[in-house]
Design a protein around this ligand. Structure first.
Ligand SMILES: [Zn+2]
Length: 224
């Protein structure tokens, strides 16, 4: 289990799940809010965008945790840190139960998608582009954040959700051990590719995003 819970503060408990926030979240939040402020007329909007990002991450993690409990597994902690969230889940060792616990996270983003698209379309038709440009830009940013999170999480790179969904599907056919082995090998290839892109693009964020893929690998008792 990653040690990131050390140095985290307890925010609240909901439906039997404790939510923790790692201290480094605040440092990166200040940095990002400052970096995004040029998009808006006031820094408050950039802070709202950052909070919206983490609200979506939080709903995604609760999707994992609640689905895991629904199928009889244990899930009692979620930690938010600068690069996203982690739900500590332990579903029953059956492919169907595991698949549902994993798929429920991205399904939250799928459910949010039409709502956010409708909100952006409505704000546009009400003329917010001119009357409330900050609110319009925020809504549009939140819609794209949701799309990006969904796309990133569905990459078939174990232990990202997409890789774990692939593993659960293989579990039905190959059995527990072999499905994990295949998913792990595919995941390692994916991580090498990801780091390659990071070096090629000289992207700090790409490099940073490969970190959670490398931690506590394989057989993760948590979901990004
Ligand atoms: Zn997830």
């Amino acid at each position: 289990m990653p040690s990131i819970r050390q140095g985290s503060i307890h925010l609240f408990r909901f439906a039997g799940v404790d939510l923790f926030l790692h201290w480094s979240w605040f440092v990166v939040a200040l940095f990002e809010i400052e970096r995004w402020k040029s998009r808006y007329t006031s820094i408050a909007w950039s802070a709202l965008e950052y909070l919206a990002l983490f609200s979506i991450v939080l709903m995604h993690e609760f999707g994992h945790a609640l689905a895991c409990r629904q199928v009889g597994g244990t899930a009692d902690q979620i930690v938010l840190w600068p690069l996203g969230g982690v739900a500590y889940v332990n579903p029953p060792q059956r492919p169907g139960a595991t698949l549902w616990s994993i798929a429920a996270g991205p399904l939250v983003n799928v459910a949010l998608l039409p709502l956010l698209i409708a909100a952006v379309a409505m704000s546009r038709s009400m003329g917010w582009v001119h009357t409330m440009p900050d609110a319009y830009l925020l809504l549009r940013a939140v819609m794209w954040i949701n799309v990006s999170l969904l796309a990133f999480n569905l990459l078939p790179i174990y232990p990202l959700d997409g890789g774990q969904i692939l593993r659960s599907l293989l579990w039905f056919v190959l059995g527990r051990a072999r499905s994990l082995m295949v998913a792990t090998v595919l995941g390692l290839l994916g991580i090498v590719g990801f780091i390659g892109i990071a070096l090629w693009a000289r992207s700090f964020w790409f490099a940073a995003l490969s970190a959670p893929m490398l931690t506590n690998f394989p057989g993760t008792p948590w979901l990004p």
